[in-house]
Ligand binder design. Structure first.
Ligand code: ZN
Length: 199
């Protein structure tokens, strides 16, 4: 016999499928959602549906956007000769917060990992190559800002191998980023220095 009514069981299962949410937390959240005012639960449900409906990927940089071309790519004041390659949208936010960079971005949406079954086709590497090698492309420098862990390094090396023949200058963030760390957890000054000292 099931412990909970079916709809509650479904809610708990859906919540526990979220990253970082164990079964106990999922149960706690589900009970909270059942006990809170109905409009509060409805707002959460609407926010999820709305975000899923509205958010797409920018055609140029692949970052999350509500428009076909995101605000950063559409901006007239950004330096169009530099592209900073990050693993995920959180990387864009981390680098923007450092205020040391005024170029464009490219979001890979992951990193290569043979063990997790992530291959180049699962990332937006093809889109990056097309961007850099497109006729009339203004891109002169590609800054690889993947995370300083095994997957990030593997991804950066792979992309370097593909971009070098395309003639683009490829740089990496300077050392000083703790190994195994993730860009989003760096303080703005460390990230700023790593950007300045890129080589
Ligand atoms: Zn964009």
């Amino acid at each position: 016999m099931a412990l909970f009514p079916e709809s509650l069981e479904n809610l708990i299962n859906a919540l526990s499928a979220l990253p970082g949410v164990g079964i106990k937390s999922a149960e706690r959240l589900a009970f909270y959602l059942l006990s809170c005012p109905p409009d509060k639960a409805a707002r959460l449900s609407e926010a999820i549906t709305r975000a899923r409906d509205k958010i797409t990927r920018c055609r140029v940089c692949q970052n999350l956007s509500e428009d076909e071309v995101c605000a950063l790519c559409a901006s007239e004041t950004r330096d169009k000769t530099a592209v900073c390659v990050v693993q995920d949208p959180k990387g864009v936010i981390a680098i923007e917060r450092s205020r040391e960079y005024n170029g464009l971005y490219h979001v890979l949406h992951g990193a290569l990992s043979p063990t997790a079954g992530v291959s180049p086709r699962d990332l937006t590497i093809e889109e990056l190559l097309t961007r850099v090698s497109a006729e009339g492309s203004a891109i002169e420098e590609v800054i690889l800002a993947t995370n300083p862990d095994v997957e990030g390094e593997t991804t950066a090396n792979y992309i370097t191998g593909l971009l070098k023949p395309a003639g683009a200058r490829v740089t990496r963030l300077a050392r000083g980023i703790p190994v195994g760390g993730s860009l989003e957890f760096l303080d703005d000054r460390t990230l700023g220095r790593a950007l300045e000292g890129r080589s």
